[in-house]
Design a binder for this molecule. Structure first.
Ligand code: DAH
Length: 343
């Protein structure tokens, strides 16, 4: 647009250039130069005012157009939902799925499916864990009373208003025990696995991540003992690693189990160097035990009638061992050359 007044034309050039570098384009409407032009108007000789005023109005309109356009663009951008596998801007008919040739399922999720499948075949239900929880489920319902020193074993992340990013999937035990309690009245066991993402304030290294995955398991019925626990885990692990394994337990401490164990397996084939001599090298794998009577009681289950076992295993660790991966941080690293090996 050409202006009749060179004074307005100069200001227009300045403001166009400035508008193009502003993130919030609306600020250009408040430019001091624009106010300056308006202030000059009454000082001009009467015969020039009409043309000067018209130029100013024109400039204001141009700037307003720039602002409107940018608002339109922002509105269009805002409607793109990155979680939708289709284009949400297409209306009127069910949109086509976007092509997915560029990606694949993350290896941890593929392995999680394999693991859940084994437990479905063993008669377990699955309930997904949560990513934010509270003190009651993280500690109290698991027999960690207020001020219990074992609370410090879990380097929990907390929000300023006291919510907790769960440091283990055991936070779900009380919920699933309550949810499936009626099974017991029907003479059926509670048999649940709980996959979930967990968070710990860890120093990171090849075997520690701040965010990782666990699979919790809980089994409750009449007459359940530690032999059932060991048999269940051995059966699962042999199916997952597709080989016979030696297993052993050693005493440990968790507030929510009594007795508590650490469960170890003989080194699987995938982690041997082919010498055949390493099958009595033990790898600690997970924590487990017999559900503490207080944990059953807090879910309204009578520990005089029912007993149960529980375990919690790190999925990342199971997968690392299956494939001989040397560093847990690869999983969250978005390294495509690593991930593509599993695609
Ligand atoms: N929650 C424990 C941890 O993350 C693991 C665990 C141990 C889970 C014993 C259990 C259990 O259910 O019975 O360190």
């Amino acid at each position: 647009m050409s202006y009749e007044n060179s004074r307005v034309s100069d200001v227009a050039n300045i403001l166009h250039a400035r508008a193009s570098s502003l993130v919030n384009k609306a600020e250009i409407l408040k430019a001091v130069e624009l106010k300056g032009l308006l202030a000059e108007l009454p000082t001009l000789p009467v015969e020039q005012r009409a043309s000067f005023g018209k130029d100013i109005n024109h400039l204001k309109q141009e700037l307003q157009n720039i602002v409107n356009e940018s608002a339109d663009t922002q509105e269009r951008l805002a409607t793109i939902d990155v979680t939708a596998p289709f284009d949400v801007n297409v209306n009127g008919h069910r949109p086509e799925l976007l092509p997915s040739t560029g990606g694949s399922i993350h290896p941890l999720m593929t392995e999680m499916d394999t693991i859940l499948d084994i437990f479905y075949r063993m008669g377990f239900n699955a309930v997904e864990s949560r990513q934010i929880d509270d003190d009651y489920h993280m500690f109290e319902s698991l027999n960690f009373p207020e001020g219990h020193p074992a609370r410090d074993d879990y380097d929990t992340f907390m929000t300023t208003d006291g919510l907790i990013a769960p440091a283990h999937t055991s936070t779900m035990q009380n919920r699933v025990l309550k949810k499936y309690k009626e099974n017991l009245e029907k003479n059926e066991p509670i048999a649940v696995v709980i996959p979930g993402r967990v968070f710990r304030n860890e120093d990171l290294d090849a075997t520690h991540e701040h965010t990782f995955y666990q699979l919790e398991g809980v089994y409750v019925d009449k007459g359940v003992n530690a032999g059932h626990l060991i048999a269940t885990l051995k059966t699962f692990l042999e199916e997952y690693y597709q080989q016979q394994l030696k297993v052993k337990t050693q005493p440990f401490y968790f507030p929510f189990t009594e007795p508590s164990f650490e469960f170890a397996i003989s080194r699987p084939e995938s982690l041997r160097n082919g010498t055949g001599t390493e099958d009595d090298d033990w790898l600690e794998l997970l924590g487990c035990g017999m559900v503490h009577p207080n944990v059953l009681r807090m879910a309204g289950i009578d520990p005089e009638i029912y007993t149960g076992f529980a375990w919690g295993v790190g999925i990342d660790r199971l997968v690392l061992m299956k494939y001989g991966i040397e560093d847990i941080r690869h999983f969250e690293s978005a390294k495509l050359d690593f991930l593509r090996q599993f695609a």
